[in-house]
Each structure stands twice: as C-alpha cells, then as structure tokens.
Design a protein. Structure first.
Lengths: 113, 114
C-alpha cells in the first residue's frame, strides 16, 4: 500500500535554531517527492520538488534531501524564524498516477521567540 | 487575481442541507483537484479534472458528493444531505499538465455541519 509517514508529529524549537523533519514513504514506482508548507487556515504552498535522481534541493533556508534507495527524505530548516511556524507536509507521487499525490499527515512546527 | 480562489471561505449549515463550494483556478490551468482536510489530518484526495472531464472520481466518499467543471475553469463541489462527518476544510488546487503537475492551492472553504 502506498503510504507516506512523517516524524515527528509536532516539534517546538526556539527562534534561530535549526531543525530537521523526516519523511519515509513506500510509494512505488516512485516519481517525485514534494515538501509543502501549510500555514494555519491557508492552503499548502510548495517548497521543493525532487525526482529520484536528485539528492538535495534548496529553497532559501529550506533544504530537502532524498534517498531513493532507503525511501527517505528530510527537510532541514536553518536559522528558524517565527514565520516558519506551520505544518510541513511530505507528498509523494507514483509514476503511473502523477496527479494523484499521496500526502503525509504533516509535522506541526512551532517556533518560539 | 493570480491565485486560486475559493468561496465561501466559511460555511455553516444544518445537517441534511445541501451545500455548494466554488473554486476558481488559475487561468490556463487545465487540471483541477479537490481535497478534504479534516482537523489535524492530512489531505484526502476527492476528485481530479482534466479540462471539464473527471477521469478520477475515486476519492469521492459517497454518492452525496459530486463535482463539475465548466469552461475548463470554475468548478463546483456539491455535498447533498450534509452529515456532521462532512465537517472539514475543502481545498481546491489547479495545475498545468506537466511532468510535475505542480499544484497551486486555494485558501480552502471551512465547512461546519451542525
């Protein structure tokens, strides 16, 4: 069964600190993996998209890594800001169904001053 | 507007009533998606439109749910005889048809069924 699991479920860190969020997936055959940021009361916004051939991709202070062999991804946030408080969702698509994304439940990140 | 818009932003209704939720996608985006997000949970796929056709309706939870799209633009999600378990945020997204199909989301409609 195609699944995406994320950890931790929630995380609280102090402003300025770094953090890493984890994603494990069982989707096969794999097409691509995305990380989305969802602010409270808003729709998700794409941060990165990676195919199996890409190991890392950055978007400002966000860096995503992908290990297609172990089917793991991580999202690293550097020098966190209060505005980083949001849910971060890992999303995977399979080759045969590139429109139907398999969504993780997300990690709720809270940045405290 | 440049983004996906949805209306209403909030809808409170009584159990048993019908509701219509509207989505205006980004102009030129041929693909449109509806999702449901229950409180504290991940997104749940409902239906996918390519143009005005819906090749995948597999996520619609029951025959009380239906959706249509016209003019390769606006889409309406209709829920008949609403139940309390229908309470959720309903999100719409649109995309171009590319290898990535990057989806751009609207702000959602928060539906509360009393």
């Amino acid at each position: 069964k195609n699944q995406v699991e994320q950890s931790p479920q929630s995380l609280i860190i102090l402003e300025g600190k770094n953090c890493t969020l984890q994603c494990n997936y069982t989707v096969s055959p794999f097409s691509n993996l995305r990380w989305y940021k969802q602010d409270t009361g808003r729709g998700p916004v794409s941060l990165t998209i990676m195919t199996f051939s890409e190991n890392t991709k950055s978007n400002g202070r966000y860096t995503a890594t992908l290990d297609a062999d172990t089917k793991q991804s991580s999202l690293h946030i550097t020098a966190s800001q209060l505005s980083d408080s949001a849910s971060y969702i890992c999303v995977v698509s399979a080759v045969e169904s590139n429109y139907q994304l398999i969504w993780g439940a997300g990690t709720k990140l809270i940045i405290k001053p | 507007g440049a983004g996906v818009s949805q209306s209403p932003s909030n809808k409170v209704t009584e159990k048993g009533k019908d509701v219509e939720l509207r989505c205006d996608p980004i102009s030129g985006h041929t693909a449109l998606y509806w999702y449901r997000q229950r409180l504290g949970q991940g997104l749940e796929f409902l239906i996918y439109f390519q143009g005005n056709s819906a090749p995948d309706k597999s996520g619609l939870p029951s025959d009380r749910f239906s959706a249509e799209r016209t003019g390769e633009s606006v889409s309406t999600l209709t829920i008949q005889r609403t139940q309390q378990e229908d309470s959720a945020v309903y999100l719409c997204a649109s995309s171009l048809i590319t290898v990535y199909n990057e989806q751009f989301f609207g702000p959602g409609t928060r539906l509360t069924v009393l």
